[in-house]
Ligand binder design. Structure first.
Ligand SMILES: Cc1cc2nc3c(=O)[nH]c(=O)nc-3n(C[C@H](O)[C@H](O)[C@H](O)COP(=O)(O)O)c2cc1C
Length: 324
């Protein structure tokens, strides 16, 4: 289960990074995988309002947002937005990726597609500011609320700290540690308690991707659905995104992953194999079930639709069974 932190301070040893690292350390203690992007170190271009995302659901700017941040936002089940207050809002460095999330807003609201994790994903705000006025965090809360809505995350609220200015002020704060721990308990623990099912294929480009997405979509509250392949392709199969969009499901920014790394990290309880090598994923010996499904890649969209529907039926039966 991925916890992704997107952080906006330009200070390497500042308060926001300190607070975010403390939260990420708690997430790791509870077994989550964590990734952090510091916006200051991974500059992305601002949105140019070209309108491509509203028509096609993709962004016209090919940069780190496209290559790294969108895929992390899609895979993460907890997203943390962390920023100091600069003029009553997030920093300019962080505003660029937040504005670029308009692509995900467009997928949701213009194209009517649902991200498979839309009912599961949570968003948390961490913020600090130097002063103590009542409205100090109002702007940042609003930005966070609409950012989380765009990325299909339920806003879980924020931990915000007044009178934090010198780089080590946060560290000296008397209650932050307990608050971070309580927030981690509330957000991370229920997600880590779910049953883990790994849907595995050879290339992890089509059937296993669709199966994991259906499991997330129909039962993400009860099941952590992972997906990987024994010989992962570079990209998902052509046509797969289109046939899933016909079911209202958004498969954008999903990439094949290697099975051994996923098994070693996430230790799934059950492995559903569809076309992957016999030995793959057996490192931790999860219970294995084989699904006999034809490979529709290269067989045209109708073949892919048939397999998609078959997969959805199997996933629905699985998630309602004791194995699910
Ligand atoms: C350009 C700039 C704008 C700021 N604007 C505000 C502000 O509007 N309100 C406030 O309380 N603090 C403001 N601050 C102070 C920072 O929020 C504060 O020093 C914070 O602790 C910095 O966090 P960091 O160490 O994570 O960078 C501003 C600081 C800078 C450099």
């Amino acid at each position: 289960m991925l916890v992704f932190g997107l952080e906006g301070s330009p200070r390497k040893k500042g308060n926001t990074r300190f607070l975010l690292s403390a939260f990420m350390a708690e997430a790791e203690k509870r077994g989550a995988e964590t990734r952090v992007v510091h916006a200051h170190e991974m500059p992305v271009s601002p949105c140019i309002e070209c309108g491509v995302c509203e028509r096609k659901g993709v962004c016209s700017i090919d940069d780190k947002m496209q290559q790294e941040i969108f895929p992390l936002l899609r895979r993460a089940e907890v997203v943390v937005l962390a920023s100091p207050v600069f003029f009553y809002n997030i920093t300019a460095q962080l505003k660029a990726p937040v504005d670029r999330s308009q692509t995900l807003w467009s997928c949701r609201y213009r194209l009517g597609l649902a991200d498979p994790l839309h009912k599961t994903r949570k968003g948390l705000l961490l913020s600090v500011g130097a002063t103590k006025g009542k409205s100090l965090f109002e702007g940042i809360h609003l930005t966070a609320r609409y950012f989380f809505d765009a990325i299909s995350a339920k806003y879980a609220g924020g931990l915000t700290y007044f009178k934090i200015e010198a780089p080590d002020d946060m560290e000296k704060h008397p209650t932050y540690r307990q608050e971070i721990e309580e927030m981690a308990d509330a957000l991370i623990n229920p997600l880590m308690e779910r049953r883990k099912i790994l849907f595995a294929g050879r290339e992890n480009a089509c059937r296993s991707q669709m199966a994991a997405a259906f499991a997330q979509y129909h039962a993400g509250d009860r099941i952590e659905a992972l997906t990987a392949g024994s010989a992962p392709a570079e990209k998902v199969a052509p046509g797969m995104k289109e046939v899933m969009a016909e079911k209202g499901i958004d498969m954008g920014f999903r990439f094949p992953r290697a099975i051994d790394a996923v098994v070693a990290r996430d230790k799934p309880d059950t492995l559903i194999a569809m076309g992957c090598d016999a030995a793959a994923g057996e490192a931790s010996s999860p219970a294995r079930i084989d699904w006999d499904l034809p490979d529709p890649v290269g067989q045209g969209l109708d073949a892919m639709r048939k397999v998609r529907d078959e997969i959805e039926k199997k996933v629905l039966a699985l998630v309602d069974s004791p194995d699910g």
